[in-house]
Design a protein around this ligand. Sequence first.
Ligand code: PLP
Length: 401
Amino acid sequence: MSLISPWRADFPALDALQRQGQTYLDSAATAQKPQALIDAMAHYYANGAANVHRAQHLPGAMATQAFEDTRRKAGEWLNAGDSGHVVFTHGTTSALNLLAYGLEHLFEAGDEIVISALEHHANLLPWQQLAKRRQARLVVLPLTTQGVIDLDAAATLISSRTRLLAVGQLSNVLGTWQPVAQLIALARAQGALTVIDGAQGVVHGRHDVQAMHCDFYVFSGHKLYGPDGVGVLFGRHQALAQLRHWQFGGEMVLQAGYLDATFRPAPLGFEAGTPPISAVIGLGATFDYLNDVNQTAVAEHEARLHDLLCAGLLLREGVRLLGDPSVALASFVIEGVHNADLAHLLTEQGIAVRAGHHCAIPLISSLGLAGAIRVSLGLYNDSEDLAHFFNALDQALELLR
Ligand code: PLP
């Protein structure tokens, strides 16, 4: 079956990569960028860069306007309404670290922080370190064999000792959606705060933070076809009110003396220093671009890519898929074939996939593996990309077996 992407031409890098003999199948690590983003960032730099919020002059006012427009668009993307604020961070990792420091004062010895067995290091290590600092306990929710957080286990492990639940919406290794709504309900019933790592989930479909009822939802611009260096932290008003300032400097201050200072509330209170202005402007253009594409058509295209990818992998002898992927993101190992050797042969043939532990060492180790190969597709991929991949895979397997 031939599957063409109507959006491919919007992403100039795809052609450039093709000219370099590269087939890009690593969008879950970072996605390629639409021309609209490149134009918006170039326009900002070519027409007058200026700092935001503090400047009185016209370039400053224009930069501030574009910057604040993106904040509005990010809120709309998540259907935040007036339930909370969007804080700009440098990415998912910096948002999660902000939370782990900003909420630290709420934890006492013996309190529990609940995560799951599939978390990316970005949603594990900040909580692990917080637990160590406060003598709190990290509780790890187990997975079912399909690679989904086990809700029965969660119902017993989330308890009155739980102060915070932090889970990924979509696994970056297994490609599986997680039952975040049910987990949030369990945590809320115990009065715990809830944090959703939307780094992967935000890329696939639209999500509604009001319907989800999470306290915080975080993601990175660069995986959502936006620029790197910028991330979004959505927080509900009541949750943000509990967050302490953690980085100090310009922009976030209300009044400052030599011995004391007062600080702004969210969002600006959590955006100390000059923010990534051009990246925020680029992210705004990305939201415009994504709002213009037909989301239903994208979902259908990605569903077909998913089917082609999974069916093609399972056709090959000895392939073991990790979990049961819900999106066009699949990690696999092949019986009798060393992961690193296969990755090397794929790379030599211009196939850009990811190999290794995918920043989830505990998960990969718990599966008894040293690593896996991950193929992850974006809206610009097509069946020809997959044909290149499967050709290269077959040739590599011929050499290795
Ligand atoms: N969480 C998940 C599920 C991810 O896949 C990633 C990146 O791969 C991150 C967090 C970290 O994102 P970033 O490196 O953009 O901060």
